[in-house]
Design a protein around this ligand. Structure first.
Ligand code: FAD
Ligand code: DLZ
Ligand code: SF4
Length: 508
């Protein structure tokens, strides 16, 4: 009898553990577009279109490689609209009594498979550099976890940018060189764009019909939707953007959402690219003298360092991670996160890019939308769901430690040792947003003062008990304490007023 091999929407890799265990002459691959996955949060339609198109092409590719594939489209009248339901239907149709699957990247779906009406054997997802056991071993017994130490081990393990046991160039980390402010007129090459072919157009029509009224634009869809396209996008990035990636990694420019960023996260996370080939392409550019070390090291660190570390945390911390709320933040997510309708230019810019492209780069996510949410005390679970909805590269295993941990400090300091907060000065230094803003970044209080300036001190003041003795935050508290009493009172009162406006749904 055949067995069923489940391939999920973010498992579009040839070298997948479930496929390796299967036999093309005997087994049946099951792939399904289902509402349970499109609706557990209302994903951005571009993300759904990307995944459906990539799934359809991957199914065709597997068939060409000799597999029998049962593929259910979303509009198939027989579709049960859930993964376990489609496995049961496939079992009935084929006589299969067991399923082989690669572990999903979300506890919700892992439990659904464990409870599925057909027995499922879950295999490790070995498309990552560090297995769960390896991360556990690394983390075990450490007082605190820090990405940098993990990253060095991963450099040693992979040999990437290594000369024997020494890091190339003598330093492990060149981040200090990667924080340049954007010069006037900075633009950058941006990603490689793909014209929608017939498959993509069919999917776009389906997604427009079913999800067209949702948050997020489906216009100008340009993502690659197969492995060859993803490889071309990688090549394009390495040739054109990687050389400037380091210098302008943190820069933000109005009307230029992409700059020198890779725009590869969605391909990596869906399985169209692997970490090793991606890092090796960057390393080769360094060795050929085509890209500087600060850029290449920074890029490789994001992938074998941050991406793996973040995944390790998700699986180590467990299903309750996404409900953590160490700072007790309870404010509802303001409506403008869904509409970009705010006078705060930085937020308007980052949120409208997100609506249009299902993309924003790291510093926009961390220091604009994330920073504001943290300063304003927004409920971290609502913030987490927002990030899971809006980005084409978002899956819970990677999104939640970045949001709950890195950005919102709701895990109490597992991912990061201090909260990522800043006033308007940082945003002004790294962007041109403030020049175009109705608020004045130079104003700390009074009419038209930048809300980030007020909320920054408000945050530090209301969380003094937790952060006051953190040596990495001592400087900030000293500055606060040196302000005169009356000024501090004004800051708190005006911060309160902004939060009250948020609560009242007033425009900011
Ligand atoms: P680049 O900036 O060019 O970086 C290269 C690659 O490195 C990325 O493609 C990605 O695979 C990897 N990478 C870089 N930083 C991280 C990180 N912190 N964690 C994991 N991988 C990283 N990344 C996601 O893949 N999915 C998410 O849902 C996600 N949510 C985020 C939410 C917040 C609040 C923050 C602060 C960061 C989030 N990130 C997420 C990390 C990072 O912002 C994105 O990976 C990156 O912006 C993707 O764009 P890019 O491909 O142009 O990446
Ligand atoms: C994100 C997503 C969406 C929108 N749709 C599907 C789908 O229809 N079928 C499918 O197999 N996978 C989909 N996915 C990806 C899954 O949600 C993903 O595998 C889990 O969140 C685990 O990472
Ligand atoms: Fe954002 Fe403040 Fe600058 Fe306006 S002044 S863009 S609100 S940081």
């Amino acid at each position: 009898t055949p067995r069923l091999i489940l391939v999920l929407g973010d498992q579009l890799s040839d070298d997948l553990s479930a496929l390796r265990q299967g036999d093309p002459d005997r087994d049946v691959v099951v792939m399904a577009e289902v509402q349970a996955e499109t609706d557990y949060v209302p994903h951005h339609p571009k993300k759904i279109a990307f995944l459906f198109a990539a799934m359809r092409k991957h199914a065709a590719h597997l068939r060409a490689a000799g597999w029998t594939v049962r593929y259910t489209t979303l509009d198939d009248p027989e579709n049960t609209q859930s993964i376990p339901g489609e496995l049961l239907r496939a079992a009935d149709a084929t006589g299969a009594t067991e399923v082989i699957a690669t572990e999903p990247g979300e506890f919700r779906l892992i439990s659904a498979l464990e409870d599925a009406p057909v027995p499922v054997s879950l295999l490790p997802d070995d498309r990552f550099l560090a297995s769960h056991a390896e991360f556990e071993d690394w983390a075990e017994g450490r007082k605190e976890l820090r990405m940098e130490w993990f990253y060095r081990d991963m450099r040693r393990k992979t040999g990437l940018l290594m000369e024997g046991d020494k890091p190339v160039g003598g330093k492990w980390n060149y981040d200090a060189e990667n924080r340049k402010s954007p010069p006037k007129g900075l633009s950058g090459p941006g990603p490689l764009r793909f014209e929608p072919d017939e498959t993509v157009q069919e999917v776009l029509a389906l997604v427009r019909e079913r999800f067209g009224n949702r948050y997020g634009s489906l216009d100008d869809f340009w993502f690659a939707t197969d492995r060859n396209g993803a490889l071309e996008a990688l090549e394009h990035f390495v040739a054109h953007s990687l050389p400037g990636f380091g210098d302008y990694q943190d820069a933000m420019v109005t009307g230029q959402p992409f700059l020198y960023h890779a725009l590869l996260g969605l391909y990596l996370n869906a399985g169209l690219l692997g970490w090793r080939e991606t890092c090796e392409a960057a390393e080769a550019a360094y060795e050929a003298g085509d890209a500087p070390l600060n850029a290449v090291e920074g890029f490789i660190r994001q992938i074998i360092g941050w991406r793996e570390y973040i995944r390790g945390i998700y699986f180590r911390e467990g299903p309750d991670y996404v409900t953590r709320n160490a700072l007790g933040a309870t404010r509802d997510l303001p409506e403008f996160y869904w509409t970009a309708d705010t006078d705060m230019r930085c937020l308007r810019e980052c949120i409208s890019t997100t609506m249009a492209e299902a993309y924003a780069h790291h510093i926009q996510r961390l220091m604009v939308t994330g920073n504001f949410a943290l300063l304003a005390g927004l409920d971290p679970h609502q913030v987490h769901e927002w990030y899971l909805v809006v980005y084409a590269d978002a899956y819970e295993w990677v999104e939640s430690p970045n949001v709950i941990g890195m950005s919102q400090f709701a895990d109490g300091g597992i991912v990061g040792s201090k909260p990522y907060v800043s006033g308007g000065n940082y945003i002004n230094k790294m962007s041109d947003y403030c020049k175009h803003c109705d608020y004045a970044v130079s104003k700390k209080t009074g009419e038209g003062a930048c809300p980030f300036n007020l909320l920054y001190w408000h945050f530090l003041n209301r969380h003094r008990e937790r952060f006051g003795s953190n040596p990495r935050m001592a400087q900030m508290y000293r500055t606060w304490d040196r302000m005169d009493e009356a000024r501090r009172k004004t800051v708190i009162a005006e911060g309160d007023a902004i939060l009250a406006r948020l609560d009242a749904g007033a425009r900011l």
